[in-house]
Write a protein that binds this ligand. Structure first.
Ligand code: EPU
Length: 432
């Protein structure tokens, strides 16, 4: 098992380059299954969730060639099977995109139920609602989701999502691009990665309009051809480094970002007293003054992202006054709070609300990551704390953050990854 040893209390200075967006990559890679030809995908982040997605496709018969660490060519013209390997697919939440992609291209899919959930119930009823409206039969049996069509083809449909779901919006998009006729998704999610998936599919010949608004219209086409596409920068990775500077103090240039995607995070940090200077594709983040309290409510895009909630809550533990954080996307996304309390944070959680009483400082402690963003929050806490912290279960963090140790070290952080022999790396629950 790998652990991170962090000696905190050092402000961060320098430049950090943001990688490609995880939640776009884990959708765009399965979407290559829809394409009869070679897809060249650039700006792929080197993270374990992406490796798993590529392994799943390889197992189905895709030809995959790495051109460099961030560019792959995927050729799905000779897919052998529409059944994913159980052990691989159950490890990653995003394996649900294989249902939409396989069903859309081949009219059938057998995909292992995505693995354990770390923050509350994570149903996929809205995905199933979409597939069913398009004429598929979906049953769960023996740990697999079986989706099939009688004719081998889906038919376009009008679908109103009962909840704003990123996954359902993207899965329906994948299922619909090759379906017969028109599909309209209403109450669709609007996250940047939804627009990215639509742009990828359109660049391969799909006809998708309205991605980024709450109504997405798709006209089915008979085939998608190969092409080249570069994934957008990761909004949450960028936000995490911004939050780290807010917590430790210092000045960092965050490079390779789309400032518009960062507005919801930038606005909150500015409210807390952090200075943020926006340029074309960079943000200069500086914190010299004391942090001020702020209230944060997570919402679907363009609201404040739930995937930044643990990180911003951690920053607020060091702000002057009492802050209120409301998590309105997921149930039970406060499991990391007990770890922050070990470090001296003062936080009371009541259902979806956390009351954060700012403290003068945090102190280093042995702490454990319980999921990806919670893990990132603990890294931020440890960087800001006085003394040394030892973070375990960092495999969660490496699911979504490329080279986090090296990137932080280049900003002057005292962080190192150490191997602890004899302890198991396998994590039971995989989310994301
Ligand atoms: N929901 C339903 N039914 C569904 C689908 C969702 O009730 O069929 C509910 C969920 O229970 C939740 C809400 O709708 O309360 C939003 O869920 P959504 O479907 O939007 O989440 P997701 O697609 O499963 C993605 C990201 C998450 C991120 C959420 C929200 C990926 C692979 N995962 O999950 O990312 O928190 O959107 O933005 O894209 C992460 O990166 O750390 C992460 C957890």
């Amino acid at each position: 098992m790998t652990k991170y040893m962090i000696r905190g209390g050092k402000p961060l200075f320098g430049e950090v380059t943001i990688s490609g967006a995880k939640n776009a990559a884990v959708a765009i890679i399965p979407a290559a299954l829809l394409v009869d030809g070679v897809c060249r995908i650039e700006n792929i982040p080197q993270i374990s969730d992406v490796s798993l997605c590529l392994k799943i496709l390889d197992n189905l018969g895709a030809q995959i060639r790495s051109l460099d660490p961030h560019t792959v060519e995927i050729d799905c013209s000779k897919i052998r099977s529409t059944r994913t390997e159980y052990e691989l697919a159950r490890k990653i939440r995003a394996s649900y995109y294989l249902i939409g992609a396989l069903l859309g291209r081949f009219g059938q899919a057998d995909v292992a139920m995505p693995g354990g959930c770390n923050f509350g119930v994570r149903p996929i009823d809205q995905h199933v609602k979409g597939f069913t409206a398009m004429g598929a039969k979906v049953v769960v049996e023996g740990g697999f989701i079986h989706a099939s069509t009688e004719t081998g083809h889906l038919k376009g449909a009008n679908i109103y999502l009962d909840v704003v779901s990123v996954g359902a919006t993207m899965n329906i998009m994948m299922a619909a691009v090759l379906a017969e006729g028109n599909t309209v998704t209403e109450n669709a999610a609007k996250e940047p990665h939804i627009v990215d998936l639509a742009n990828f599919l359109n660049s391969m010949g799909a006809s998708i309009r309205g991605a980024g608004t709450d109504t997405i219209k798709i006209t089915g086409v008979s085939q998608l051809r190969g092409g080249s596409y570069a994934i957008i920068p990761d909004q949450i990775e960028a936000g995490t480094y911004m939050a780290a500077v807010a917590a430790t103090g210092g000045q960092v240039l965050v490079k390779n970002i789309i400032p518009k995607h960062m507005d919801c995070i930038t606005a909150k940090l500015v409210e807390m007293g952090v200075e943020v200077e926006e340029n074309e594709d960079t943000l200069l983040v500086r914190r010299t003054e004391h942090l001020q309290k702020a209230n944060v409510k997570t919402l679907p895009y363009p609201g404040f992202p739930t995937d930044m909630q643990p990180q911003i809550t951690t920053v607020l533990t060091l702000a002057e006054g009492t802050s209120l954080v409301t998590e309105s996307v997921w149930n039970n996304r406060y499991r990391y709070v007990d770890e922050l309390k070990r470090m001296g944070a003062s936080i009371q959680v009541d259902d979806k609300t956390a009351v954060v009483e700012g403290v003068d400082h945090l102190t280093g402690a042995p702490i454990q990551a319980c999921d990806l963003r919670a893990g990132a929050a603990l890294v931020i806490a440890a960087l800001a704390a006085q003394g040394e912290s030892e973070i375990s279960c960092v495999q969660y963090i490496e699911r979504g953050y490329e080279n986090i140790v090296d990137k932080l070290r280049s900003l002057g952080a005292d962080i190192r990854a150490v191997e602890i022999p004899g302890e198991n790396d396998e994590l039971e629950a995989h989310i994301g």
